[in-house]
Design a protein around this ligand. Structure first.
Ligand SMILES: Nc1ncnc2c1ncn2[C@@H]1O[C@H](COP(=O)(O)OP(=O)(O)OP(=O)(O)O)[C@@H](O)[C@H]1O
Ligand SMILES: [Mg+2]
Length: 319
């Protein structure tokens, strides 16, 4: 493994009895990057993460985490990693300060409890018992626990599930801040916007297989997909006949075109001739969610969000 890699996974498989939950996956995480495993329920994310942490045994494959073998070198590895598990286990009756101080005691060179509490923004709650924290604050406390050993590599398994939008944004800032401190982060999530905002690289995992990998920008060929033009025509005005168009559920007309420049020309000429306002005109790039849904084999993406276009034409292939 090159020294610039924090994690290298090759041909990883994991079976529970007869059921193969992870079916031979490969990926690498460079030091200092945020890497996201994105996938639906039961895809194999937690299984993969827990194998990398040394908590589960793989069935087969090759793994290196910070240059160590997670099964053989588990004790040594624990000194260098921080873990926010999918389901936390806080002692409800300890205060924030007591909790972090207790975990600090497990490490040889811990950070000060005060410092990590500040990093996750819980200063004002440091003498509050865990049971009196909101869900989002409890998750922050779990992040503080993961940080107290001053880890090089952090595993965050769905760090913001169940958060309100403001709490998610705040937690994203905490995670970005950790990356800026040079930590490597493996993040699992179901949220496209989270992966898009945070991740340098994404691997989409479905049914135990990686179906696509890339950056938020080019995942699944997203960078090569055509944008969609949409416009609301007033009653009685037909869209320009030269262009192929569809009416979306909200009544806007969407144009699926190869050549944006000439399409815009046709649309504006026609609009002037028919006195159509272009104030509702949108050109939207395919969202990460559109690409993701087509990758994991769910066609609901056609009707998603703000009428972003479903990938088409050069549609990302399923494997
Ligand atoms: N201890 C276990 N014994 C048997 N099967 C398991 C065990 N843990 C996980 N599985 C199965 O392995 C598959 C992958 O589970 P895993 O928890 O890795 O999924 P996930 O991607 O983390 O899902 P989620 O998004 O719901 O957290 C699932 O079908 C699950 O039922
Ligand atoms: Mg999981």
């Amino acid at each position: 493994m090159s020294s610039a890699l924090a994690v290298a996974v090759k041909g990883l498989k994991k079976s529970y009895g007869d059921f193969e939950a992870v079916k031979g996956i490969d990926f690498e995480i460079s030091q200092g990057e945020i890497f996201s495993l994105l996938g639906p329920n039961g895809a194999g994310k937690t299984t993969t993460v827990e194998i990398l942490e040394g908590f589960r045994k793989k069935s087969s494959g090759e793994l290196e985490v910070l240059g160590l073998n997670p099964e053989r070198d588990r004790t040594k590895l624990k000194e260098h990693i921080g873990i926010v598990p999918q389901t936390g286990a806080l002692d409800r009756y300890l205060t924030v300060m007591e909790t972090v101080t207790m975990y600090a005691g497990y490490y040889r060179n811990p950070q000060s409890a005060e410092h990590v509490i500040e990093l996750v923004g819980l200063q004002e709650k440091k003498n509050e018992r865990a049971l009196r924290l909101s869900g989002g604050q409890q998750r922050r406390l779990e992040v503080a626990i993961a940080l107290v050993g001053n880890p090089d590599l952090l595993f965050l398994d769905e760090p913001t599930t169940g958060f309100d939008p403001a709490a998610r944004r705040e937690t994203w800032q905490v995670i970005k801040g950790l990356a800026e401190l040079g930590k490597t982060i493996l993040l699992t999530t179901h949220y496209m916007d989270e992966a898009e905002f945070l991740a340098d690289h994404i691997a989409v995992i479905a049914r135990g297989e990686i179906v696509a990998a890339g950056t938020p920008y080019n995942l699944g060929g997203r960078d090569k997909l055509l944008p969609r033009i949409s416009l609301l025509y007033p009653n009685g005005v037909n869209p320009p006949a030269e262009l192929k168009s569809v009416i979306t559920p909200s009544g806007t007309t969407a144009f699926d075109v190869e050549d944006i420049t000439s399409a815009i020309y046709i649309i504006t000429e026609h609009a002037r001739a028919h006195n159509v306002s272009l104030n509702t005109l949108q050109i939207v790039r395919p969202s990460l969610e559109d690409v993701y849904l087509s990758l994991i084999g769910n066609d609901e993406g056609q009707a998603s969000g703000n009428e972003a276009p479903a990938p088409r034409g050069r549609r990302p292939g399923r494997r």
